[in-house]
Write a protein that binds this ligand. Structure first.
Ligand SMILES: Nc1nc2c(ncn2[C@@H]2O[C@H](COP(=O)(O)OP(=O)(O)O)[C@@H](O)[C@H]2O)c(=O)[nH]1
Ligand SMILES: [Mg+2]
Length: 309
């Protein structure tokens, strides 16, 4: 547990430092908290990308407890914020919809560069480590490099990769992969997709076609549709989430690059806006840096000033 906490702590360090500095700054030389103090506190949280709704809720709780004389220091604020953030995140958590018998089919969607292929590779390593038979489908047929990138992860993790030549129909690749996953008795099939299309309508059509192809080969699948989001995009991450939840039946989120910026509050904003569980968080480039999302560790890493073991 301690090492996983240290991954969260390191991954969220930039955000935590930024929040604690700016919040502590609000209280230097302040004897009584005023409307202005609370407004500034809200701005600090919004700047760290907690989102307007969550920031308002945190400030409301802080204000409430302050007026009842329950809290008095900036350290108290961290405690209130940590507790609230943890419970906000927990309410959307659920286990992965693993099928028994398999295959469990997980479709990955998200803009180019958000971390789909890397996440699939890292999860292939994780699931293989849990003794699951993993297969991968190179559904991003747009770019030859994307297929090679997935094949490399296949070699590293021992997962079979179903691919087709550059420019092939991604729905056909998904169909072949789901068929193969069934006949070969795979436990998990993860399907990569391209993140870009000329228009939103064509992206929607393509994802719907992939969805139908998977369901045809493997009735009821995909069992999960995960949207990868680059947390360092800030507000843009929220608009990506909106776009993709309109074009695909997204069931969960993988938040990547939490380490990349001081915008680690994004997990909270996404949760509040879309009520989707965050399944994994990427906090660096190493396989171990992709961790199962844990609201308590996340909240502690952001708001605890002391060390935890
Ligand atoms: N720092 C950091 N980099 C990441 C993380 N996840 C992915 N990346 C990097 O982001 C870049 C784009 O990732 P990729 O998986 O190719 O994105 P895709 O286009 O959605 O498939 C690569 O250079 C990855 O190494 C993360 O959690 N942290
Ligand atoms: Mg890719």
């Amino acid at each position: 547990m301690s090492s996983i906490f240290s991954i969260f702590k390191r991954g969220l360090e930039k955000t935590a430092t930024r929040v604690s500095r700016s919040v502590a700054g609000l209280f230097t030389g302040v004897t009584a908290w005023t409307d202005e103090t609370f407004e500034d506190l809200e701005s600090c949280l919004i700047l760290a990308d907690f989102g307007v709704n969550a920031s308002t809720a945190i400030v409301k709780e802080v204000r409430d407890q302050y007026s009842r004389g329950k809290i008095a220091t900036s350290a108290d604020i961290f405690e209130v914020a940590g507790t609230l953030v943890k419970s906000m995140l927990e309410k959307n958590m659920r286990p992965i919809n693993f099928q028994n018998p398999g295959p469990t089919v997980i479709l990955f969607v998200g803009v180019n560069g958000s971390g789909k292929t890397t996440t699939i590779g890292k999860l292939a390593a994780r699931f293989a480590g849990e003794k699951r038979k993993v297969m991968l489908a190179a559904g991003d047929t747009f770019r030859a490099a994307a297929v090679e990138q997935l094949e490399l992860w296949g070699e590293r993790t021992g997962a079979a990769v179903i691919s087709a030549k550059h420019g092939a129909d991604p729905a056909a690749v998904a169909f072949d992969a789901a068929t193969a996953a069934r006949s070969r008795g795979a436990d998990v099939l993860m399907i990569d997709t391209a993140g870009r299309q000329q228009t939103k309508k064509s992206l929607m059509d393509e994802l719907a076609k992939i969805h139908r192809a998977i369901d045809k080969a493997c009735p009821g699948a995909p069992h999960e549709v995960w949207l990868t989001i680059d947390a360092s995009c800030g507000g843009n991450a929220l608009s990506q989430a909106r776009e993709f939840s309109e074009v695909a039946a997204v069931t969960g989120i993988v938040l990547t690059k939490l380490d990349g910026s001081g915008k680690g509050g994004m997990a909270v904003a996404l949760n509040n806006e879309y009520n989707l569980p965050v399944f994994f968080a990427g906090m660096g480039e190493q396989p171990d840096d992709l961790q199962e999302f844990n609201p308590a560790l996340y909240a502690d890493a952001l708001f605890s000033t002391g060390e935890k073991n």
